[in-house]
Design a protein around this ligand. Structure first.
Ligand code: UDP
Length: 238
């Protein structure tokens, strides 16, 4: 196994499948099955979950200024809690012991975030889902993913997306777009890549955390990645 401790970032939008919002049950079942395979292989898996599938409708209100940015961001963070609870249910249905840790205290629902406790759970073969992002407005769950990955000393951050990796240009618009297998953080930053936010790349670079952008919707990709197969695009310090 190439990577032992992994941080998987799942965006809210990846949970909604082809629907316009909400949670698509088949998708969560598929992700839960893949997580189970990783755990059975001995992988220590923590997950940061996004909220875009629930939050998207509100973001327009923020742009229009009907909802203030800061309040809107808290709504976004709460959306990640809903997704986290949903995903926990799917994982536990498959017999995977799962703990939710939250950056905003809500004791009845989740443990408060604690790095030591999170590592303890992972070493026991439990999955940890980090919700509520960083707990601060003006951030994203991509940045939260990098932060948590550094805190729990993950070997790699896996960013699951709907595309196969980073391309030279938008593959949906240009048929000559080429997939890049490896790029440096500096390059990712210069290219203004949209698949992950820039703050996340900067934090990853400063702390030497490799990030792999890959297609989470292709069954088996997660397992292949932790076994060391070269899938997606690796962003690292060169
Ligand atoms: N958010 C925030 N601080 C954080 C993480 C998230 O304010 O540390 C808010 C922000 O409004 C964001 C929303 O929660 O747009 C949902 O998170 P994100 O957009 O990262 O979710 P994803 O795109 O991964 O579904």
């Amino acid at each position: 196994m190439k990577y032992k401790r992994l941080l998987l970032k799942l965006s809210g939008e990846s949970l909604m499948g082809d629907s316009e919002f909400g949670i698509y049950s088949n998708r969560l079942t598929q992700y839960a099955e893949e997580v189970k395979e990783v755990v059975n292989m001995g992988g220590q898996l923590a997950i940061v979950i996004g909220g875009g599938n629930i939050f998207r409708g509100f973001s327009r209100r923020i742009r229009e200024n009907t909802i203030n940015r800061i309040e809107g961001d808290y709504m976004g963070m709460l959306a990640t809690v809903i997704n986290g609870i949903a995903f926990q249910s799917y994982l536990e249905k498959l017999g995977i012991c799962t703990h939710i840790q939250t950056a905003i205290r809500m004791d009845q629902i989740a443990e408060p975030f604690g790095k030591k406790k999170a590592i303890y759970h992972l070493e026991k073969g439990r999955v940890v889902i980090f919700v509520a992002g960083t707990g601060n407005p003006y951030f994203t769950t991509d940045t939260a993913a990098v932060l948590r990955a550094i805190e729990i000393k993950a070997d790699v951050l896996l960013k699951g997306t709907r595309v196969d990796g980073i391309y030279t240009t938008d593959p949906e618009k240009n048929k000559y777009a080429k997939k890049l297998n490896n790029i440096s953080f500096d390059m990712a930053y210069q290219m203004k890549i949209k698949v992950m936010d820039q703050t996340a790349f900067i934090l990853g670079n400063e702390n030497n955390l490799p990030i792999i952008i890959f297609n989470i919707n292709k069954r088996g990709n997660l397992q292949k990645l932790i076994s060391g197969e070269k899938i997606g695009t690796l962003v690292s310090k060169k």
